[in-house]
Ligand binder design. Structure first.
Ligand code: FAD
Length: 458
C-alpha cells in the first residue's frame, strides 16, 4: 500500500512512510497498546515520560497514523461529542464544567508537547469561527452562547458575533453572524501523529508496525507474528474496534470525507479571511469543517457518506464521489471567489468511531488489566490527548484530577444488531442532509432533524 495516498496530509509529511519492523515473536512487556493513532501514542508518550523504566510496546496493524489520526480535519479543539447540557444532566453541572475545562486545557497541552518535542505540525492556536447563514442558524448560535453561559463558561469562551464580526474572521457568502471560541488550534494532523510516534520511540517505547492484533484478552495481545504478554493491555483501535473478537457492537465506524484545494492566491485569501488560521464551520445539521492550511489551501470535510452494513471498514469506503462533489459544491457556495470550478487537489476519507450513547470514554478495568479509550466521533484530535494522560495515570495507579473526570470508566451501551444499525444510521444521515436543504429553502427549523441530531450530530 502507498500510505501517501491515504490523505493530503500523509502525502505532505517530510518522510517516506516506510513501515518499522513487525513484532519479531513472543514478547513480554509491562503495557501493550493496540493501535498507533493519537490515542495509543499519547498513552505511550505520557507513560514513558512518567516512568522510563516501564516496558511499553505499541502494536500497529499498518503504520502510525494509518487511521483517522493521519487523515482528519486538523481541528485540535475542546469539543466533545456530548454537549455540555447532556453531560450536566448525566453527571451534574460541576462535573460537566470540569470536563469542559479539562478539554480547553488539552488544546494548550498538545501545543506544549508539540513544541517541547520539536514536532513541527503547522500548529496555530487561532480558535474556531462557526458561521450562521440563515435565521435558523442564527438562532442556534444565540442558543449555544446562552447555553455556555448558563453552564458556567466565561464570556470569552464563546463569543456571539454579529454580521461584521463573523465576516471579519471568515467572509463566507451570506454570513449573518456566528460564534467564536479561542479553544481550538489548526494542525497538520499527519505531522502531529508521525512526530508523536518518533517522540514515543525516543522516550523508550517500542513500536511495531504491520503487526495486526487478532485478539485482545487479559494479559495478552495476539498477532500472527507472536503474542505480547503484559499485565495491562490497552485498546486504542477506535473505528476499527468492531473487527476485534467480542467488539462487533462496541462502536460503529462512520466515514467522514475531505477535499483539499490547490494553494490559493494571496488575493483570494484577502477576500476569504481566516487570517489567524481559525478553523471554521457553520450551524447546519450535517457537520462540515474546514481549515486554512499552513501552505495556503482550504482543507474541507463533512459527513454524509453511508454507513456500511455490518460495521465494515475498508479502503474502498474512503472514497465516495457523491460526497466529494457535495463538498466541492458547498465550498463554492461558501466562497464564490473560488470560482465555478473549485480547484480540488486531493480527496480522501476515513472512519471515525461512534459509541451508542454518543459518549467518548476512557477506562481501565483493574481486575482484567484491560484499558480502552475512544468513541470520540469527530472530536478525537484533542480528546485523545486527554485520554492518553488519563490512561497513563490509571495504569500507574495515580489518583488525579484527570482520573476523577466524569467520562472515566463510563460504559456505553452496545449498538443494536444488524439490520437495525444499518437502517437507523443511514435513515438519520438522509434526514439530516435533507433537513439542511429544507431549512435553507424555508428558513424554518426542521424538527425531524433535531430529533435525529442526537444520533448523528454534535
Ligand atoms: C476525515 C476525518 C476528519 C476528522 N476531523 C477531525 C477534526 O478536525 N478534529 C477532531 O478532533 N477529530 C477529527 N476526526 C476524528 C479524529 O481523527 C479521531 O477521533 C482520532 O484520530 C482518533 O484517534 P485514535 O488513535 O483513537 O484512532 P485512529 O487514528 O483511527 O487509530 C487507530 C489505529 O489502530 C490501528 N488498529 C486498528 N485495529 C488494529 C488491530 N487489530 N491491531 C493493530 N492495530 C490496529 C489502526 O490501523 C489505526 O492506526 C476526524 C476523522 C476523520 C476520519
Amino acid at each position: 500500500m502507498r500510505y501517501q495516498e491515504l490523505s493530503h496530509w500523509m502525502s505532505t509529511v517530510d518522510e517516506p512512510l516506510a513501515p518499522l519492523p513487525a513484532l519479531p515473536g513472543d514478547t513480554d512487556a509491562d503495557v501493550v497498546i493496540v493501535g498507533a493513532g493519537y490515542t495509543g501514542l499519547w498513552t505511550a508518550y505520557y507513560l514513558a515520560v512518567a516512568d522510563p523504566t516501564l516496558r511499553i510496546v505499541v502494536l500497529e496493524a499498518e503504520i502510525a497514523g494509518y487511521g483517522a489520526s493521519g487523515r482528519n480535519g486538523g481541528w485540535c479543539s475542546a469539543l466533545l461529542p456530548t454537549s455540555l447540557p447532556a453531560l450536566a444532566r448525566r453527571h451534574g453541572r460541576p462535573q460537566a464544567l470540569a470536563m469542559q475545562r479539562a478539554m480547553q486545557h488539552t488544546v494548550t497541552e498538545v501545543g506544549r508537547v508539540a513544541a517541547a518535542e520539536g514536532i513541527d505540525c503547522d500548529w496555530r492556536h487561532g480558535g474556531t469561527v462557526l458561521l450562521a447563514r440563515t435565521d435558523v442558524q442564527l438562532g442556534r448560535a444565540r442558543a449555544a452562547v446562552d447555553e455556555a453561559r448558563d453552564h458556567g463558561l466565561d464570556p470569552d469562551d464563546l463569543v456571539l458575533l454579529d454580521t461584521a464580526g463573523a465576516a471579519a474572521r471568515c467572509a463566507a457568502e451570506g454570513v449573518r453572524g456566528g460564534t467564536y471560541t479561542p479553544h481550538c488550534a489548526a494542525v497538520h494532523p499527519a505531522k502531529l501523529v508521525r512526530g508523536l510516534a518518533r517522540a514515543v520511540r525516543r522516550h523508550g517505547a517500542t513500536l511495531y508496525e504491520r503487526s495486526p492484533v487478532t485478539a485482545i484478552r487479559p494479559g495478552a495481545a495476539v498477532t500472527p507474528h507472536g503474542t505480547v504478554r503484559a499485565a495491562v493491555v490497552v485498546r486504542a483501535t477506535e473505528a476499527y474496534t468492531p473487527m476485534l473478537p467480542g467488539h462487533r457492537r462496541t462502536v460503529v465506524p462512520v466515514y467522514s470525507l475531505m477535499v483539499a484545494t490547490e494553494p490559493l492566491s494571496e488575493a483570494t485569501w484577502q477576500r476569504i479571511g481566516l487570517a489567524d488560521r481559525e478553523t471554521f464551520s457553520d450551524y447546519r445539521h450535517l457537520i462540515v469543517y474546514g481549515q486554512r492550511t499552513a501552505d495556503g489551501r482550504l482543507a474541507f470535510g463533512g459527513r454524509g457518506a453511508p454507513y456500511h452494513f455490518g460495521s465494515r471498514v475498508s479502503p474502498d469506503h474512503d472514497r465516495e464521489p457523491r460526497v466529494f462533489a457535495a463538498l466541492r459544491r458547498t465550498l463554492g457556495e461558501l466562497f464564490p471567489v473560488l470560482g465555478p470550478d473549485v480547484p480540488v487537489a486531493r480527496a480522501w476519507g476515513g472512519p471515525l468511531g461512534v459509541a451508542r450513547d454518543w459518549s467518548a470514554s476512557v477506562g481501565l478495568d483493574r481486575s482484567s488489566g484491560l484499558g480502552w479509550a475512544g468513541g470520540y466521533v469527530g472530536d478525537g484530535v484533542g480528546t485523545s490527548n486527554l485520554a492518553g494522560r488519563t490512561l497513563a495515570d490509571l495504569i500507574r495507579g495515580v489518583e488525579s484530577e484527570l482520573t476523577a473526570l466524569p467520562w472515566v470508566g463510563h460504559r456505553s451501551p452496545r449498538w443494536e444488531p444488524e439490520p437495525l444499525r444499518w437502517l437507523a444510521i443511514n435513515a438519520g444521515l438522509r434526514v439530516m442532509s435533507s433537513a439542511d436543504g429544507a431549512e435553507h429553502r424555508t428558513g424554518r427549523t426542521a424538527r425531524r432533524a433535531t430529533a435525529f441530531s442526537h444520533l448523528l450530530g454534535h
